[in-house]
Design a protein around this ligand. Structure first.
Ligand SMILES: NC(=O)C1=CN([C@@H]2O[C@H](COP(=O)(O)OP(=O)(O)OC[C@H]3O[C@@H](n4cnc5c(N)ncnc54)[C@H](OP(=O)(O)O)[C@@H]3O)[C@@H](O)[C@H]2O)C=CC1
Ligand SMILES: O=C1OC[C@@H](O)[C@H](O)[C@H]1O
Length: 402
């Protein structure tokens, strides 16, 4: 058996997603370090060779040594510029707030690094186009880190739809919402400076949570369209703004694909929960409705663990399929992000510059949809984070205010 292809990761930012805080689920870095054998993978493996904090080298050091206990001798940097200059880094994982993605990903691409960039890809569609053009011009790999697309559950559901298991699909309903309100109708529980609601960090429900509702709409209604008959959605959106900061606190999207006679309804909210009392308590988070029946997916939309196939006239014989996330011996290790990392690794190994599961042109269309929805809702973000002019000295890259 040949030895696995090893990919050496550089981690840009040491926040929640990149780390594993006590009392939170293990996230991306721990998934990188999870034994691939647990998920039946032997052709690729991952190493973390460096991490950078824009705040301080000590923070990056502490992150590597204490938080994720990365094996080997990974290097800690106190700036993103140093990380992207590290010759041993094959791919940079951008784990900063949405506001920073364009400048940070461009910093890495300009330094000749492949990039896996957290969702939402960018703040504007123009920024997404710029990143894609830069990656293609330099023949570098680039991928938006929408981990859900790489779950075996998602792969299976797409396959079922492709095979016509529920007939032609005409409608998809998807929700990804969390009740963060104090119940008084005014404030949500996030402080105004928190990235979830802070306009300077491109906060708001749609870019952070609604993107998963949109993921389900797009991976069924757009991604599965025949290549020769691709139709972008027509977007109609309704937005309630969060009075304290002006970002969207609840958004509803209606996507129509008139030629395909299909429609997607995606919702997201910081006020109410998809499942107020655990899985399926709110009904399926996702319903993929075809002429012969529907596929129902249990929430949360970003980390689904079960789907059901309900056929018309099926006599109540619903097929229920559980898709648990594999774990390794270390308590709590294994969150489901390793599948997207494996995809990135295989693309690098095979010289593929983008993932067929989430092609870059599709990430651009996704940004176009979200931009249009927020435009219709009157949500605006500051110039610093919406510009599509790359500036290596931007405070978003240096961490220093201008
Ligand atoms: N796939 C998933 O399930 C999840 C994805 N995410 C995505 O990951 C990204 C980061 O989210 P999350 O980890 O929760 O964010 P955090 O706020 O916890 O961390 C963001 C990190 O970015 C760096 N940073 C640089 N400049 C700033 C700034 N001005 N303000 C705040 N942080 C800054 C900091 O790291 P440093 O000091 O080291 O530079 C900070 O720790 C987002 O794109 C989010 O959508 C988040 C959660 C789950
Ligand atoms: O991507 C995400 O998925 C999980 C959520 O809790 C988080 O806010 C979001 O960033």
């Amino acid at each position: 058996m040949s030895s696995p292809h090893t990919v050496r990761w550089g981690i840009m930012a040491t926040g929640w997603i990149a780390e594993s805080k006590k009392n939170s689920n293990p996230m991306f870095c721990k998934d990188l370090l999870t034994d691939p054998a647990c998920r039946g993978v032997s052709d690729v493996r991952h190493e973390i060779v460096a991490a950078a904090s824009s705040t301080s080298k000590d923070r990056a050091q502490d992150f590597l040594a204490e938080t994720i206990k990365a094996p080997g001798s990974p290097r800690a940097y106190g700036s993103y510029a140093e990380l992207v200059a590290d010759r041993d880094v094959d791919i940079v994982y951008v784990a900063t707030p949405h506001s920073h993605h364009f400048q940070n990903a461009m910093l890495a691409l300009e330094a000749g690094k492949n990039v896996l960039c957290e969702k939402a890809f960018t703040v504007t569609a123009a920024q997404a186009r710029r990143l894609v053009a830069a990656a293609r011009a330099r023949r570098l790999f680039l991928m938006e880190a929408v981990w859900t697309r790489y779950f075996p559950l998602s792969v299976k559901v797409r396959e079922l739809v492709r095979q016509g298991a529920v007939g032609p699909v005409y409608r998809v309903l998807a929700d990804n919402s969390f009740a963060n309100g104090a119940g008084d109708g005014e404030r949500v529980t996030f402080a105004d400076a928190h990235r979830m609601v802070n306009p300077d960090l491109a906060g708001g429900a749609l870019l952070d949570l609604g993107i998963y509702s949109l993921t389900w709409l797009m991976q069924i209604l757009y991604h599965l369209q025949p290549e020769a008959d691709r139709e972008k959605p027509v977007v109609a959106a309704a937005v309630n703004k969060y009075p304290a900061t002006g970002v969207d606190e609840s958004t509803a999207l209606v996507l129509t694909f008139p030629r395909h006679k299909s429609m997607g309804l995606g919702t997201t909210s910081l006020r109410v929960a998809t499942d107020p009392d655990g899985p399926f308590s709110g009904g399926p988070a996702i319903r993929i409705q075809g002429a012969k029946g529907e596929i129902q997916v249990q929430g949360p939309a970003f980390r689904p663990l079960q789907y059901r196939v309900v056929l018309q006239g099926g006599g109540g014989k619903t097929e229920v399929v559980d898709c648990p996330i594999p774990r390794d011996d270390r308590a709590g290790w294994g969150h489901g992000m390793f599948w997207e990392a494996d995809e990135a690794a295989r693309c690098l190994r095979d010289g593929r510059l983008e993932s067929a599961t989430l092609p870059l042109d599709e990430s651009v269309v996704i940004m176009e949809v979200m931009e249009e929805a927020l435009r219709q809702g009157g949500v605006e973000y500051p110039e610093l984070i919406t510009t599509d002019v790359f500036d290596p000295q931007s405070p978003l890259n240096t961490g220093k205010s201008s």
